[in-house]
Design a protein. Structure first.
Length: 406
């Protein structure tokens, strides 16, 4: 049986903790250790952890010093800036790693993590949970089969409102840098809806394990919340083989909608949502319909993938190499597009019963949907606050420089 550990059990760490409870109780893993900071676990979960005789540590160096060579998989659902040091420490202690997305803030960090895994002879699975689902496999296989002809365009919009509590939930939400100056680069497209940008890049790859061969990146970023990063963005990625990827995301929006995604091919179209995938020919005749995994099945599929990879080195997971393409794109966005502060005259503010505020960019919902339909970015003609930039070529790009923030 696999021995499992976790670093951090608050925030999204609760999802990982529930995974370990479930996998332990099903007899698929042995939950042996947890790093828990004071007041970051509910009394109920703490009692449950203790009932399983899980060894509790105050910090991860102590855990790895005592349990080196005894952990098969270590979950790291922590802040973005901590992913690299914790992953490197876990690998050095002989553990495989399941780290949350994004894999790292910068391309240099991701490359260092990939090298650490290679040297340790272990793997790092990245928590882009959508990539582990059966419908994702089916879409990728269909694209590679050529049945729909060449894929031409991949696009998605995700409108996910986030109130001020979202940005106040920890010390790094909405941050570009840590207090010490280390990059964090939190944003809608690197965090909350990052799954769906990563999927577009994955689908654009020419092999099953491959991802997009990026040529250039073009983007716009906007902000109405009192944060360092953006709360709204639109991104165009062009690949070296002529594919176009369009992605739109906003937290400054009145209601949740999406992700709504589409892949346009020479002979057909793939529409997919969190509910289902519908594949049609160019005349709209349905070819295939696939239900999306939902609820606990999503996490079961992730853990099945991790267990399979431990048993078989060729088992499919979202590797650091695969996840690094999203890091490349996000780094290029932040190095090429300024974050535009929008005037209060464009902003509506709502307050819920608990006093939480939501800032809404009044025209943004309509703008994003129109640009999605018309296959383009937001322009100055649409929105005078837009800063239009030239495509940012990435052929010789080594990753985030922070050149716009110096």
């Amino acid at each position: 049986m696999l021995n499992a550990a976790i670093i951090g059990v608050s925030g999204f760490g609760v999802t990982h903790l529930n995974d370990l409870f479930r996998e332990h109780e099903a007899g698929r893993v042995n939950f042996i250790a947890a790093v828990i900071h004071q007041n970051q676990v509910s009394p109920e979960n703490l009692e449950r952890i203790k009932a399983l005789n899980v060894e509790i540590f105050e910090d991860y160096p102590s855990m790895f010093a005592k349990l080196a060579g005894k952990i098969d998989i270590c979950c790291i659902p922590t802040g973005i800036a901590l992913h690299r040091p914790m992953t490197e420490a876990a690998l050095a202690a002989g553990a495989n790693v399941f780290v949350e997305k994004p894999v790292a803030p910068t391309l240099a960090d991701a490359e260092a993590m990939e090298e650490a895994a290679r040297k340790a002879g272990k793997f790092v699975a990245v928590g882009y949970q959508t990539i582990y689902q059966p419908e994702t496999r089916r879409i990728k296989e269909l694209l590679l089969s050529g049945k729909l002809g060449k894929a031409l365009r991949f696009k998605c919009y995700a409108l996910w409102p986030r109130k001020n509590a979202y940005y106040g939930r920890n010390g790094w939400a909405g941050a570009l840098f840590s207090p010490a100056g280390a990059p964090i680069l939190d944003s809608p497209f690197t965090n909350a809806v990052a799954h769906y940008l990563n999927l577009l890049l994955f689908y654009a790859g020419n092999t099953f394990e491959g991802t997009a061969d990026v040529k250039s990146v073009e983007a716009g970023m906007f902000r109405v919340n009192p944060i360092a990063s953006c709360d709204t963005a639109d991104i165009r990625v062009m690949t070296n083989d002529g594919k176009e990827i369009l992605f739109y995301a906003s937290h400054a929006i009145p209601a949740t909608e999406g992700p709504i995604s589409c892949i346009e091919c020479e002979k057909g179209i793939i529409h997919y949502t969190q509910k289902e995938t519908v594949i049609t020919d160019l005349d709209g005749n349905e070819i295939e319909r696939i239900d999306s995994a939902a609820g606990v099945d999503v996490r079961l599929n992730v853990w099945e993938g991790i267990r399979n990879r431990i048993a078989d080195p060729d088992g499919f997971i979202c590797t650091v190499k695969l996840a690094s393409k999203a890091v490349l794109v996000s780094n290029a966005v932040f190095d090429s597009a300024p974050i535009v502060d929008l005037p209060a005259s464009l902003v509506d503010v709502t307050v819920d019963e608990e006093g939480n505020t939501l800032r809404i960019i009044r025209p943004m919902e309509e703008l994003i949907k129109r640009c999605y339909k018309e296959n383009r970015l937001i322009t100055k003609a649409d929105f005078p606050y837009t800063v239009e930039t030239a495509p940012f070529e990435v052929a010789d790009y080594k990753g985030f420089t922070g050149q716009l923030y110096r």
